[in-house]
Design a protein around this ligand. Structure first.
Ligand SMILES: Nc1nc2c(ncn2[C@@H]2O[C@H](COP(=O)(O)OP(=O)(O)OP(=O)(O)O)[C@@H](O)[C@H]2O)c(=O)[nH]1
Ligand SMILES: [Mg+2]
Length: 278
């Protein structure tokens, strides 16, 4: 039994939970990275409920903080263009490959765009994944503009009638204005060819509360339509993703649970909530 469940059992056993027990529950919720503001709301709501209902109630309250928005990828005219963005090292390139694998296994035609032209190794990394999956990757010349590679890949996806184009972008620090502006440019340039249907922000579950600042600033630069939460296979419980959903209304769409292509799945709310309180 996890610490949280032990605490809940303790609270449930007594008719009224003591201040000490509530403060232990608070620490446990904070350790899930839900953030101070959401934790305080949760505790206020949970305290109003009878002691023997706390466990179910807590989960119910957490569930109520999830977004009602669609969690599957948008569908419609081809190509569906998915732009994958985020700070350095969160797992963007790996997630692009995992998503491509997922769609490829569903017999969708998928094209990759290597718009992380910042490092030659980034292009190689994506191309290697593309070869492994058996799909094409559009790359630019050394030092090419990311927007121009994104444009070329969109053109190719449109002309060749690919169902999906997934564009990888370079990791960028959210506090670097020029890099954030570049992201806006990539999107605008792609949209000269076809609309971008999804902008997926990759959040590393181990990143903690900084994820909130990342989500705020990325969604100012481009309209973020969904989250991919990575590295949920580690000790991080990824409460930051729920905090972002709750605060910005951006739904979690996919989760990454390892380094391999199959370590990826559509977001499952119940599983996630269990993990948060485990
Ligand atoms: N354990 C674990 N590792 C992951 C997961 N997703 C990605 N990684 C690892 O995280 C590291 C960084 O992944 P990348 O996909 O290269 O990250 P990135 O965001 O593209 O990095 P930059 O392009 O440099 O910004 C790699 O070692 C990946 O194998 C995950 O869900 N779980
Ligand atoms: Mg990358």
């Amino acid at each position: 039994m996890g610490l949280f469940n032990r605490l809940i059992a303790k609270v449930r056993g007594s008719s009224t939970a003591s201040a000490v027990e509530w403060s232990e529950i608070q620490s446990e919720l904070l350790a899930s990275d839900l953030g101070p503001s959401l934790v305080s709301t949760l505790l206020d709501e949970a305290k109003k409920l009878p002691g023997d209902d706390v466990e179910t109630a807590m989960k119910e309250i957490l569930r109520s903080k999830l977004s009602d928005k669609e969690r599957t990828l948008s569908t419609g005219v081809s190509p569906q263009i998915v732009l994958v963005v985020g700070v350095n090292g969160t797992g963007k390139t790996t997630s692009v490959a995992k998503l491509a694998t997922h769609l490829h296994l569903e017999k969708k035609s998928v094209l990759l765009g290597a718009a992380d032209t910042f490092r030659a190794a980034a292009v190689d990394q994506l191309t290697t994944w593309g070869n492994r999956i058996g799909i094409e990757t559009i790359t630019g010349k050394d030092g090419a503009e990311p927007a121009s590679v994104a444009f070329d890949s969109a053109k190719r996806a449109l002309e060749e009638k690919f169902e999906y184009l997934i564009i990888d972008t370079a990791g960028r620090l959210h506090n670097k204005n020029d890099l954030m502006a570049e992201l806006g440019k990539i999107k605008r340039v792609v949209e000269k060819v076809a609309p971008v249907s999804e902008v997926l922000l990759v959040i590393d579950a181990t990143t903690g509360q900084n994820g909130m600042a990342q989500a705020h600033i990325f969604s100012q630069a481009v309209e973020v339509t969904g989250l991919i939460v990575t590295k949920l296979d580690g000790s991080a419980r990824g409460g930051i993703a729920l905090a972002i959903e709750n605060s910005l209304g951006i739904p979690i769409k996919f989760v990454g649970t390892g380094e391999a292509a199959q370590d990826f799945s559509a977001f499952e709310p119940e599983k996630y909530l269990d993990g948060l309180l485990a």
